[in-house]
Design a protein around this ligand. Structure first.
Ligand code: BJ8
Length: 426
C-alpha cells in the first residue's frame, strides 16, 4: 500500500490507533482468508480491495469530494443508494464490525448494548475510520431501540447526522411512512448536493444499483452447487465489500468471478469436497471485520452456502422495478422495493422465516445457524419462533448468541462441531 499518512492526517485520523488497527486487520485477513485453499482467481480483486480499504478507496472518496460530490454514510440497508446516486453522491456503508474503542463507547452507552452499536461509537471516538471521517452526511434510522436512542448520543459527535424514521409494521400506513421518509431524504440530498433528482438521474441510479444486486443474486445462485464453488467466508467478504466499493467496478468484478464460478460448477470443482455439510447463516448483519463465526464454521468441516442477513440476501435479493416516467412513480417503485426488507424490527415478520426455508431448499442446505449479537432484542427474540418453525419443517437449527470478542471462540466451536455431527447423522 502506498503512503497515505498525509491523507489520513487531513481527515483527522488518530494515526497511532489506526496503524494498530491496520496491522491487526492485515494479520487477521492473512490468517482467515489467504490461508483458504482452492480460492477462485476472481477473489484477487477483493483481496486487493481489502488491502486498499483505507487507502485507494478513501483517496477516491477524497477526490470525489474535491469534485463537489457528496459522500453519504449509512448503517442500514433501508437507506436507498439509488437516491444518493441520483444526486451524483457516493454511498458508503459504515461497517462497525470490530471490538475497538469499546471502553470509550461504554462511557456513553450502557455496557449491555449490542457490539454493532458500540463499534459504531468506538470507530468514531477512536478516530479510526476514514470512511466515517469522509462523510458529508451520516444517515441514521429508527430501526431497533438500541440504534434509535444511540443516534441521540451520536449526533453531537459527527458533522451532520440525518435520522430517518422507519415503520415497524408492513401495513399500508407503514408503506406511506417509508415513502414520506424517502421523499424527505431526497430533499436533504438535494439541499446538500445542490443537484435535483430527475427522472433520468433516478433511473440511472436504479439501474446501477440493480446491476450490482443482479450480480449478487447470480453469485448466491451459484452457491447451490455441490461442491460449493466458493467458500462462505469469501462470499461474505464480497457482501461486505458491496457496501464500500465503487458500484460499477464492483458489479463488473462480481460478474467476472461468477463467470469463473460457472466454469467451476461445470467442472465439479469446489472449495470443499463434494458432500461437505452445508449450512445457512441467518440473523444479524456481519460488518467488516466480523468474520469470527464463519471462520469457526468453515474450519469445522462445514461450508456456508448462504447468508440470510442484511450483509447477504436480505440486503440484495430484491430489485427496484424501473417503472414510471415521473420522480413520484419511481419513488413508489423504490418504496415498494425497500418495503420488502424483512428486518426483525418489523412486527409481525413472517416472511423472514419463510425465506430461510426457501433458501435452505434451493441451496440444498443441511441446517441453519441462527446468529444473534448479544443484547440485540429483535433478532434474539425472533430466533425462538424461527428455530421452532424451522425444526417443525425438519430443518435442524442452532441458535448462537455472541459478540465481537474472542472469549467465546472455544465454546462456539464446540457447539458448532456438535451441530455438524447432528447434521451428518440426518
Ligand atoms: S434492516 S438488521 S441493517 S436495522 S444488531 S443495531 S438490530 S440491536 S443492525 Fe440492521 Fe437495518 Fe435491520 Fe438490517 Fe439493533 Fe440488533 Fe444491534 Fe442491529
Amino acid at each position: 500500500m502506498a503512503d497515505y499518512t498525509e491523507m489520513w492526517k487531513s481527515l483527522g485520523i488518530d494515526l497511532k490507533n489506526h496503524d494498530a488497527l491496520l496491522a491487526g486487520l492485515g494479520q487477521a485477513y492473512t490468517d482467515i482468508f489467504l490461508s483458504q485453499e482452492n480460492r477462485p482467481e476472481g477473489m484477487k480483486y477483493f483481496d486487493f480491495v481489502m488491502s486498499e480499504v483505507h487507502g485507494l478507496r478513501i483517496k477516491e472518496l477524497v477526490d470525489a469530494k474535491a469534485q463537489g460530490r457528496k459522500v453519504i454514510g449509512s448503517y442500514c440497508v433501508f437507506v436507498p443508494e439509488e437516491l444518493v446516486l441520483a444526486v451524483d453522491g457516493v454511498a458508503v456503508g459504515l461497517c462497525a464490525g470490530a471490538e475497538l474503542g469499546f471502553e470509550a463507547a461504554e462511557a456513553l452507552l450502557p455496557r449491555n448494548t449490542c457490539s454493532l452499536i458500540k463499534s459504531m461509537f468506538g470507530f468514531k471516538l477512536g478516530k479510526l475510520c476514514p470512511y466515517v471521517e469522509s462523510c458529508d452526511v451520516i444517515v441514521g434510522e429508527n430501526t431497533c431501540d438500541g440504534k434509535k436512542k444511540a443516534y441521540e448520543i451520536f449526533r453531537p459527535l459527527v458533522k451532520d447526522l440525518y435520522v430517518m424514521d422507519l415503520p415497524q409494521t408492513k401495513s399500508e400506513t407503514g408503506r406511506l411512512v417509508l415513502k414520506e421518509e424517502y421523499r424527505k431524504f431526497i430533499a436533504k440530498l438535494e439541499k446538500e448536493s445542490g443537484k435535483k433528482v430527475t427522472v433520468q438521474s433516478l433511473k440511472k441510479g436504479i439501474e446501477i444499483v440493480n446491476a450490482k444486486r443482479k450480480a449478487m443474486i447470480r453469485l448466491a445462485t451459484l452457491r447451490a452447487a455441490d461442491p460449493a464453488p466458493i467458500s462462505g467466508l469469501d462470499a461474505l467478504l464480497i457482501n461486505q465489500v458491496f457496501f464500500h466499493d465503487d458500484p460499477v467496478r464492483f458489479t463488473d468484478s462480481v460478474n467476472k468471478l461468477c463467470d469463473e464460478l460457472e466454469q467451476r460448477v461445470k467442472d465439479h470443482k469446489g472449495v470443499f469436497p463434494k458432500g461437505t455439510t452445508r449450512v445457512i447463516i441467518s440473523g444479524c448483519p456481519m460488518a467488516v471485520p466480523n468474520w469470527k463465526l464463519p471462520m469457526l464454521i468453515e474450519t469445522s468441516n462445514a461450508v456456508i452456502v448462504g447468508e440470510e442477513s442484511c450483509v447477504g440476501e436480505r440486503g440484495t435479493r430484491w430489485l427496484t422495478e424501473v417503472k414510471g416516467d415521473t420522480v413520484e412513480e419511481l419513488l413508489d417503485a423504490i418504496t415498494d422495493r425497500y418495503f420488502n426488507v424483512d428486518c426483525a424490527v418489523f412486527t409481525p415478520n413472517p416472511s423472514r422465516v419463510n425465506y430461510v426455508k426457501e433458501m435452505t431448499k434451493k441451496l440444498h442446505a443441511d441446517g441453519v445457524i441462527h446468529y444473534s449479537l448479544q443484547f440485540c432484542q429483535p433478532y434474539i427474540i425472533e430466533s425462538g419462533p424461527v428455530e421452532k418453525e424451522l425444526e417443525k419443517s425438519h430443518i435442524p437449527t442452532l441458535r448462537l448468541e455472541t459478540d465481537y470478542s474472542q472469549e467465546d471462540v472455544g465454546q462456539l466451536k464446540t457447539r458448532i462441531e456438535a451441530f455438524n455431527e447432528r447434521l451428518k447423522r440426518k
